[in-house]
Design a protein. Structure first.
Length: 336
């Protein structure tokens, strides 16, 4: 990674950070992203009954685990169809079979590489190669960003509903709920501030709306796009919840319908923080803190989260087939 020159517009402190990272040995750059997640996992495990956690993991029902792995498939296929729909709205024709294959690969990479977005970056690069010129590259990136935005909006909504409804259903406010309320209030505040800024900017804001507004309208509003985006994203989130519910059942810690619908979105929301690999550590900490509200032990919640992570990884393994196919094709081209 070469140093980034100040001419690129980054502050001097930011440039020095990049230069420091580039000066690190390769093994250090590889291990460094793993540290936060591993540290959190160790801290959480140290506070739990490790014998209970190991017993639950060792006695996990293989049939229910297999069902959890199967429930990952609708997540990936429906997400791929949502990406294809978004791409087509932006003028990029993406065959369904290709979209599904690329999404399997992206899902796998997101779970084994730091930050949770490496697979999405690969989607952008590979989709951009199908067209010509910078415009097509921009459309590929916009489609991936808006695809992720569509799913995260529904997950945030589900988490917000769970946060507000949990005290009435369980009689207890989820730990960290105040922080999430602050986050939601901050989002609402940003919307208000954004509206004021747009009003003050006048013509410049109007030019921005003319450039970006039609893009959002085409992807989320026009010709019933909102219904299609909402239905696909809701189905994807529900499949996430089903996978977690099955993982909890596999380790003998069933959550029930209310626990699954209201509390699991709060747990999954923790995975959006880009400070671990595949959400490991953050997800387990959130599960151990939040899910006991549904009547299970913290150890059972931790074990359920571990099984969920393993099921998600195994469910995305068909992405290796795409890697293998391209590797074989590359060797054949090199031999030719």
């Amino acid at each position: 990674m070469p140093p980034i020159p100040p001419a690129m517009g980054l502050p001097g402190v930011r440039v020095r950070q990049f230069q420091l990272l580039s000066a690190m040995p390769a093994w250090c750059r590889t291990i460094l992203p793993l540290v936060p997640g591993v540290a959190i996992l160790i801290a959480v495990v140290s506070m739990l009954d490790r014998g209970q956690v190991l017993d639950r993991l060792g006695q996990a029902d293989p049939l229910v685990f297999a069902l959890a792995v199967l429930s990952v498939q609708p997540q990936i296929v429906l997400s791929a169809l949502r990406w294809r729909f978004t791409s087509r709205r932006l003028g990029q024709q993406l065959p369904a079979r290709r979209a599904i294959g690329e999404y399997y690969l992206a899902s796998l990479l997101n779970q084994v590489l730091p930050g949770g977005v490496a697979g999405d970056a690969v989607r952008v690069v590979r989709a951009a190669r199908e067209g010509e010129g910078d415009r097509w590259t921009g459309r590929a990136g916009q489609a991936v960003v808006l695809d992720r935005l569509s799913g995260q909006l529904v997950l945030f909504t589900a988490a917000g509903i769970g946060l507000l409804a949990a005290p009435f259903v369980f009689g207890v406010t989820p730990p960290g709920g105040a922080g999430l309320l602050v986050l939601l209030a901050a989002v609402a505040g940003l919307v208000v501030v954004g509206w004021v800024v747009l009003r003050l900017l006048g013509d410049r804001a109007a030019r921005f709306r003319r450039a970006f507004g039609p893009l959002l309208a085409e992807v989320f509003v026009r010709r019933r796009a909102w219904a299609i985006q909402g239905a696909l994203s809701l189905a994807v989130v529900l499949s996430y919840l089903a996978t977690f519910a099955l993982a909890a059942s596999a380790v003998g810690a069933p959550l029930g319908l209310a626990g699954t619908l209201l509390l699991v979105p709060l747990v999954l929301l923790s995975m959006l923080l880009p400070v671990s690999v595949g959400g490991w550590g953050l997800r387990e900490a959130a599960a151990a803190a939040i899910l006991p509200i549904a009547g299970i032990t913290a150890g059972g919640a931790f074990a359920a989260s571990v099984i969920y992570g393993i099921a998600s990884l195994v469910g995305a393994l068909p992405g290796l087939l795409l890697l293998a196919r391209h590797a074989i094709g590359g060797r054949r081209r090199a031999a030719a």
